[in-house]
Design a protein around this ligand. Structure first.
Ligand SMILES: N[C@@H](Cc1ccccc1)C(=O)O
Length: 513
């Protein structure tokens, strides 16, 4: 069935109102376009649009009525076509004395087992049939009326039944009809009723003003209830939304943010000051992006540089060092920082050397780092690190575990495991695993440790000061939160911008990291 247009429906409404002595349509279900009733659910939207548009022009007024429309089910339609089970059973029997009574097995063969059972029960109740000689039946009435089939025929053609609720409820209970909600309307003539719909002007134009047409023109009313065009604003990227969540957690725990704006660092701060040996494989070109121009970094404080160099070569502060030559050229190389811990290191040096001397500090950063890696679904050559550092007197591994528990509990991770690990700059070091309910396994969420004296003491931090730290990626919790499978679609030209706009702000919940 092709739907009538809004104009066609409007025309029918207006003609019907014009022809009505009361100037009203008591029930829109009487309306029809080209013989097709407008009460079918498919036409509802068109009818509503037609009414609303006429209403806005004050040509009509209307009220909405909600009613149930009843439809025969498949079984109901079968009954309409070939009669109810009781009727078919009765039809299959001879009048008493006029033929052989029919047995149950024979009836089952004729009607099917189910229809035979239902038919038998209902025909008995109606007193249409009686038992004859044991397990066979004959007609008890010469003529019967198949009431069920009749009721269904009425429902099928009118959508309801004059018998009202009692009949309809029973048919619904027997699964012979179903109900669906249908809107219909009572319509009255409005103040500006006419049989023709005028097209109203929507804009006052320069032409209208110039030629005076505005005097005669009829303008469309403003619709203050309309939703209006959605505005097209900017949106935060999912990474930034999750960053905001972490930032809030750090603030809640009394941390302040480190300045991490420089992506380019010297090898000195990124590696040497952290007691990462100059021969460490992470420092090779395959793993780290070096900067060609300028080739040389600005120099750190010379005395500090000497202390770092000596610690690497021969040790000190209770260490025997790496016992390998330390190269100033290697140290002055410029690179794209491979971890934000390069910034934490400078911050620790600053804290050790600030006017008034060392004061305990809790610092965090969330920013970009770079690694020379082949990209795949879970690796990019750049990503973000979330990092926290705590410096104070007499703090221990126990405090680090406590910090981890509190920090990750705030992100919904309450079940943690700590596994011994190795970093050149921390001892002891721990990997942190969290039980992921959704994946049903332990997943690694962070790396952490207590910074080594070989790193801290050359900076001039007072003895007895310990520094705890942990780091993790921002991408992983973001991908889990937003169900992003491939990191290459998280940033760059493959990002789904529409998705970014609609992505909800998040609260990190259990199992997100
Ligand atoms: N820098 C470490 C994270 C870390 C920070 C601080 C202490 C220990 C570990 C990493 O890249 O994963």
């Amino acid at each position: 069935m092709s739907l009538p247009t809004v104009e066609e429906v409007q025309s029918v409404i207006l003609q019907t109102l014009a022809a009505s002595p009361e100037g009203a349509i008591p029930d829109s279900r009487v309306l029809a376009v080209g013989g097709a009733s407008l009460s079918a659910p498919e036409g509802q939207a068109v009818v509503k649009a037609a009414l609303d548009s006429l209403l806005s022009k004050e040509m009509i007024a209307y009220q909405q009525i909600t009613a149930n429309q009843y439809l025969p089910t498949e079984e109901g339609n079968q009954i309409i076509a070939s009669g109810s089970a009781e009727y078919r059973l009765w039809s299959a029997l001879p009048v008493k004395g006029a033929g052989e009574p029919v047995t149950i097995p024979e009836l089952q063969k004729l009607l099917g087992a189910d229809a035979c059972k239902v038919g038998q029960a209902r025909a008995f109740r109606n007193k249409w049939i009686s038992k004859e000689g044991g397990n066979a039946f004959v007609r008890a009435k010469e003529a019967v009326e198949d009431e069920t089939a009749e009721q269904l025929r009425t429902v099928s053609s009118t959508g309801t039944h004059a018998g009202g609720d009692a009949v309809l409820k029973e048919l619904v209970k027997r699964k012979l009809v179903t109900a669906r909600k249908l809107l219909h309307y009572t319509v009255q003539k409005g103040a500006k009723f006419a049989t023709e719909v005028k097209t109203l002007e929507t804009d006052l134009t320069v032409d209208m003003l110039a030629n005076g047409a505005w005097k005669e023109a009829e303008f469309k009313q403003y619709n203050f209830a309309a939703m209006g065009e959605p505005t097209n604003g900017g949106a935060l990227h999912p990474l930034l939304k999750v960053r905001e969540e972490f930032r809030q957690i750090f603030f809640d725990m009394g941390f302040s943010e480190m300045p991490t704006n420089n992506f380019v660092e010297s090898a000195f701060w990124n590696f040497d000051a952290m007691f990462v040996p100059q021969q460490h494989p992470a420092r090779e070109m395959q793993d780290t992006f070096y900067v060609k121009d300028p080739v040389q970094a600005g120099k750190p404080d010379e005395e500090y540089f000497q202390r770092v160099s000596k610690t690497h070569e021969v040790g000190g502060y209770g260490s025997i060092g790496y016992r390998a030559p330390f190269s100033r050229i290697e140290s002055e190389k410029l690179l794209l920082r491979t971890h934000t811990t390069a910034v934490s290191t400078q911050m620790l040096y600053n804290i050790a050397n600030q006017p008034g001397g060392f004061k305990p500090a809790k610092l965090y950063s969330i920013d970009r780092v770079f690694r020379n890696e082949a990209t795949d679904a879970t690796h990019l050559a750049e990503f973000h690190q979330v990092e926290g550092v705590v410096a104070d007197y007499d703090i221990t591994l126990g405090h680090l575990i406590g910090f981890m528990k509190e920090f990750f509990a705030k992100t919904g991770n309450h079940k943690l495991r700590f596994k011994p690990a190795f970093n050149p700059y921390t001892e002891p070091s721990m990997e942190i695993f969290s039980w992921h309910e959704g994946l049903g396994k332990w997943i690694e969420i962070a790396n952490s440790g207590v910074f080594r004296p070989e790193m801290l003491e050359p900076m001039g931090l007072p003895k007895g000061v310990r520094v705890l730290g942990w780091g993790m990626s921002l991408e992983r919790p973001t991908m889990i939160k937003y169900k992003i499978q491939d990191i290459r679609t998280l940033v760059g030209h493959k990002t789904d911008l529409a998705g970014v706009k609609t992505a909800a702000a998040v609260r990190l919940e259990k199992g997100d990291e």
